[in-house]
Design a protein around this ligand. Sequence first.
Ligand SMILES: *[C@@H]1O[C@H](CO)[C@@H](O)[C@H](O)[C@H]1NC(C)=O
Ligand SMILES: *[C@@H]1O[C@H](CO)[C@@H](O)[C@H](O)[C@H]1NC(C)=O
Length: 432
Amino acid sequence: MSLCPHLCSGPKKRIQTQVAMGVLCSTILLFVYSNWQMDEAHRIPAVQGHLRTSSPEPPEGPVPKPRASPAVPVTPPLPLVLNVTVSEHFRKFFPLNGAYWSRLLHYTLRQHDQLNGTTAPEKWSECREANRELLKTNMHDFDAYPDMHKDFLRGLHCQGPPLLIDQPQKCTSDSDGTFLLLAIKSAPSNFEQRQAVRETWGREAVYQGGLRVHTLFLLGSTSDEHPHLQPLLMFEALHYRDVLQWDFHESLFNLTLKMHTFIKWSCSNCPAASFVFSGDDDVFVNTPAMVDYLRALTPAAAAEVYVGEIISVARPMRELNNKYYVPLSFYENVYPPYAGGGGFLMSGALMGRLSQMSALVPLYPIDDVYVGMCMQALGISPKMHRGFQTFDVAPYEREYVCRHKQLLLIHRRTPRNIKLLWKGINSPLLTC
Ligand SMILES: *[C@@H]1O[C@H](CO)[C@@H](O)[C@H](O)[C@H]1NC(C)=O
Ligand SMILES: *[C@@H]1O[C@H](CO)[C@@H](O)[C@H](O)[C@H]1NC(C)=O
């Protein structure tokens, strides 16, 4: 989509702020308008639940007559045709059990096996309401869940949040393409972290051999308590052109939605990126070392990168007060091996299949575990790399620049430390 050619590229480099603001406003208006149009075009009835614990109803058959609101046409659930194969290993790892996530998974697997497709997620604006009845029917103890979990479950099928700030030309404005796309999870108010990353490891640059690194910060919406943030963000996005923002509440359990949505976005906007990094805005990344590592991979290895610090045997937390608590009636299994969410690498070539798989595997409240699930379903095993330290290095090494020079990623560092370390590893005076 090229809504803003003079804003995002072109010969005129310096556009006056007012003009740019004007263009931004019209872009947003256009966006709102086109989303509204789509909403109108694909409207489906709100009561159309798509979970049944038995096998799905045959797709053909009498269409029930609309009762309450004849203005809304009743259509059968839209099958979403998927072109992915679910690995046997994944099927064995997740046998059907009584937990809701497992029942959901097997419901979509059955659909997938029978129809080579699955039901498209409900329309963003309607799905929370539609999901209410579904939860009441399928979860006997829903009322006993903590509020955060209730909220997550209500939005489980809501997977297409509208974009508030887009960067459609991120990967297409340079003719030499994107070698590494840094997709950094950030929260609207983390201005300082983003600035530190931009000035250091996230600086867009061309590395040796013409390998280009592009950077994007992934954000949810600002809360109503901070109405002044959104205009600042708009300005930041206009100035740096590295902010992607969607209209969903920024929260821990919405990080999976952020991941899911970003993967979909990258398939349409950065399909040729060789590698994608997903990570937090409070990590230190040795970008030159990361580029060197990726450049040295054989073509076969480069096609199946899922690399980071691998957590190979983990199970859900069952203590109610734990940040990552997961109720047993929602999920019974252990976790598949996964790369720690502080930062990991994926092949760009996997993003298409990953996007399809994440239409099939029900969302899980913990984003890095969820990526592990989808990768396992694709038959991709995570690979451990000792250069990823998502639990940090030993305390006595934390200020030791040479240690950081050898590593690829360390979690976590303050904006000030990020700047100091970056200066250190790039200093010609450094002798390690
Ligand atoms: C789905 O794919 C399988 C294998 O390619 C094929 O045998 C089957 O007929 C397909 N089913 C439908 C409903 O298209
Ligand atoms: C995720 O975002 C949606 C849309 O803003 C919001 O309604 C929901 O409460 C959020 N979910 C969680 C678990 O925070």
